[in-house]
Write a protein of this length. Structure first.
Length: 426
């Protein structure tokens, strides 16, 4: 390998929440192709707009050396390929490597001698070298670590976060040989102001990524289990957490729905790999079961409160505020608010959802549900504040009472409202 930063032409495969910000940063320094198979997405980016809201129009304009394409032939002009496609789970909660394999198949048609393929998608340890590289070898006819090389640098994008951006989050890097590892590290150092950590192997880098969110998942699972216990004991969970939080080393986690493309997904990649080598990861799987069950728990609490207020559960009108997987972000991938919706509907409740951040069309196509296009105009038996968007944090009690009947239940999952203004808190 004799590549230098001076002759690099980068292609970033996938222009979503991860790929676009990365491509934009590289595009400020060197020739960069933002590639996506979605032609509508490419047309949008070529018009200078980003519907994910990760990059502003000004930021897109600042990337002077970037171009966008959905044409595979355009990839042949590049020599460094960075793969940022999603790695979801299937309905059985098993890793779905389909996007990664399809991207590798495509790259097998375009890589040439001396090229480097860097994967950023979250995977289990070994996936890059055992699942992806053989696909490129088979289709290209090239030999790994002789004709072409690989790296792994896990993404650390936090959708909707305007404070922690690509350039100010330290980046883990790795390569398939020592020389490639050094090159990949220098490549990312050219844009990452926070610096890099060069891992000793691709597998170490893969493992480091998958445990980041596994650790967070387990911490939230503990707090969710505590919330279930305290609700049963009729103790306010937030008051307990605030009291415990006065000790310097008590971690400030809060209970809630654990969705999104990372925390609710990544642990299953590690548990899958663990089980494949004969070890059952009991603690990780237990945490996943608790977090996946929170939608059911929320609705069970709502039902009890409705009954206590002598409000008929069947045909009760429920308004859910928020549908995205997190606050102030349009991302609805793996949102766990859908669990509340489906569980409420199983009791024959009538559910409306209002979310000013959510695309009505995307919610319809991805989840087959209808989102209110404007503020609610009806009166509801219950309101569930599910996502802490700024628009909901600024709601006054008067505005909220406009949406409920005189006898009602207000359930605050996010501790947005004062305790004395709600009927239930998680």
């Amino acid at each position: 390998m004799s590549m230098s930063l001076d002759n690099v032409k980068i292609a970033v495969i996938g222009q979503g929440y991860v790929g676009l910000p990365l491509a934009v940063e590289f595009g400020k320094k060197m020739p960069t192709l933002g590639f996506d198979i979605n032609e509508e997405r490419i047309a949008e980016l070529n018009s200078g707009k980003d519907s994910t809201l990760e990059c502003s129009e000004d930021e897109l304009a600042e990337s002077k050396f970037i171009s966008y394409s959905a044409n595979v032939d355009d990839l042949k002009e590049c020599n460094v390929y960075i793969v940022t496609v999603p790695t979801p789970i299937d309905k059985h909660k098993k890793p779905d490597l389909t996007p990664l394999v399809k991207a590798s198949e495509m790259l097998g048609q375009v890589v040439s001698t001396g090229d480097i393929v860097v994967y950023e998608s979250t995977v289990y340890p070994g996936a890059t070298e055992e699942d992806c590289i053989p696909v490129i070898e088979k289709i290209s006819g090239l030999v790994f670590n002789k004709d072409f090389f690989a790296g792994y640098s896990p993404e650390r994008i936090n959708p909707g976060d305007k404070e922690h951006r690509v350039t100010n989050i330290m980046k883990v890097t790795s390569g398939s040989t020592e020389e490639v590892a050094n090159f990949v590290d220098s490549l990312y150092l050219s844009i990452i102001k926070a610096g890099t950590h060069k891992a000793p192997s691709i597998k170490v880098a893969e493992a480091s990524k998958v445990i980041e969110n596994t650790q967070r998942d387990l911490n939230i699972a503990l707090i969710n289990e505590l919330a279930i216990i305290f609700n049963t004991l009729k103790i306010d969970t937030l008051e307990v957490l605030e009291a415990a939080g006065t000790k310097w080393n008590f971690l400030p986690f809060r209970p809630g729905l654990v969705g999104g493309h990372c925390i609710g997904v990544d642990p299953y990649y590690l548990t899958h790999k663990s089980q494949s080598v004969g070890y059952i990861p009991d603690i990780i799987l237990s945490g996943r079961r608790i977090n996946d069950g929170m939608g059911t728990f929320v609705v069970s609490q709502l039902v009890k409160s409705l009954i206590n207020k002598k409000i008929h559960v069947i045909d009760a009108k429920v308004l859910i505020l928020g549908f995205t997987f997190k606050e102030n972000c349009p991302d609805i991938r793996n949102t766990k608010v859908i669990d509340i919706v489906e569980e409420a509907k199983s009791y024959n409740m009538n559910v409306d959802i209002f979310d000013p951040w959510c695309s009505v069309e995307e919610a319809k196509s991805d989840y087959a549900i209808d989102i209110l296009k404007s503020k609610p105009k009806e009166k509801y038996d219950a309101v569930i504040l599910a996502v802490a968007h700024d628009q909901f944090k600024s709601l006054t009690r008067k505005e909220l009472l406009n949406w409920v009947k005189s006898n009602h239940v207000i359930y605050d999952l996010k501790y947005v409202l004062p305790k004395d203004e709600v009927d239930i808190r998680l």
